[in-house]
Design a protein around this ligand. Sequence first.
Ligand SMILES: Nc1ncnc2c1ncn2[C@@H]1O[C@H](COP(=O)(O)OP(=O)(O)OP(=O)(O)O)[C@@H](O)[C@H]1O
Ligand SMILES: [Mg+2]
Length: 453
Amino acid sequence: MSTANPSIDFPTSAPEPRRLTRAYRFTSVLLLAARIYSGYKAIQLWSRYFGQERKEQRYRRQDLRAARALHAAAIRLEGLLIKACQFIATRADILPDEWVTTLSGLHDSVPPRPFSTIRHQVEKELRRPLRAVFAEFDQTPLASASLAQVHRARTADGRNCAVKVQYPGIDGIIRADLRNLMFTLRLLARLERDLDFRIIARELLKYIPMELDFLNEARNCETLRRNFAARPDILIPEVYHELTTRRVITMELVEGVKVTDIEGLTRAGIDKREVAQKLIEVFTEMILRDGFFHADPHPGNILVQPGPRLALLDFGLAKDFSPRFRDAMVRLTFAILTNNREGIISAFHDLGFRTRDDSPETFLMLADLFLGNSVKRNRAYADRELIGEFAEELPRTLRANPIVEVPADVLLVNRVMGLLSGIGKTLDSQVNLFSTLMPYANQLIAQQNAAAK
Ligand SMILES: Nc1ncnc2c1ncn2[C@@H]1O[C@H](COP(=O)(O)OP(=O)(O)OP(=O)(O)O)[C@@H](O)[C@H]1O
Ligand SMILES: [Mg+2]
């Protein structure tokens, strides 16, 4: 079995003061966006005036150039740009391979900080010399991502563990990015008055800072571990609380193959389609049954062991529904699966969606977008054809009857569905959504009915 990430061939990154300033970060991203946009625009214009031949080739070359430029910027700036790239790199379902392949190293192979910095951070947090706490501590990180790097170690009492150490100064970087993002959202809100960007802003401001508190991550991890205690095929690592603080979390070391490493899965004798099936089941249980879910299932956060057994990692971003909201999500899923128009409309209402004139078209369209179309087409992931259909229809429906209220709670569900769709495509998922979701929906609806009596 291969480990999470056997080789990291990036140079280590050294913090550099100007990277921290908001204006520098904002301008860098803006210039990058302008460069990428103008690259695509130039091909479009060229093809219009000078002919269509080699257009596809030109686009693919531009995809690669753009993805490389974004990758370089993400490594230099770190922070939220890495998180955005992790999302892009998961969307193999709808994005060209050039983007996905170029950026996928950012899931778990970001240039790490030098060991001296990490050692200092651990000793400051645990208030003891490294030697006093760990019998062994690997100087080369096992993996590194947007907020932290992870080192293999052995505790003084002999347990193998993974020590996740927050990059010093990353909180300042994230704060600067969040403020820039809020500024951008305010600008967009002025340009596009039909969409309410405050809801997105509120969710970001609530959840991103929580990721920086590893005590919160430890609590999320414990909750999921309890919820999946009965499933031996799901591994949630045990947290070692005595070696955990706000910026260092020590937990059980997990071995496994990255979920999108198809060659690695094959070598380990793991059936990728079984993995895809299990992923959908686990996330359905989290979202519909427990109302508590891991909200960042990008491939760097999922390892697979033979069985297959799925190991989830990185619990910084988790979402807790109120029981009422969870029940309405169950009703919505059930109504979509059974193609029940009234049920769909009333569930959207119960969730807190409002449209301007309350006519059903917008809700029915949303239901198709969320799940309905995938169920009807028996496809466990989105594809460009599906996006193409909605790209035409959705703006028209929304202009006729705009959504005036979106419950903030659905944003992270959508994020999870997007990530799972991307992973599903990479795994060549054959999951039958109807027959997978229906037993859960039936059982949960029966429970709701019994509770209502
Ligand atoms: N318990 C563990 N055992 C083995 N490897 C681990 C463990 N925890 C994390 N890792 C590895 O370390 C990487 C980085 O850890 P983690 O994802 O928790 O950091 P992060 O900075 O919060 O990530 P992200 O950028 O996804 O928010 C993971 O992608 C995974 O490869
Ligand atoms: Mg991670």
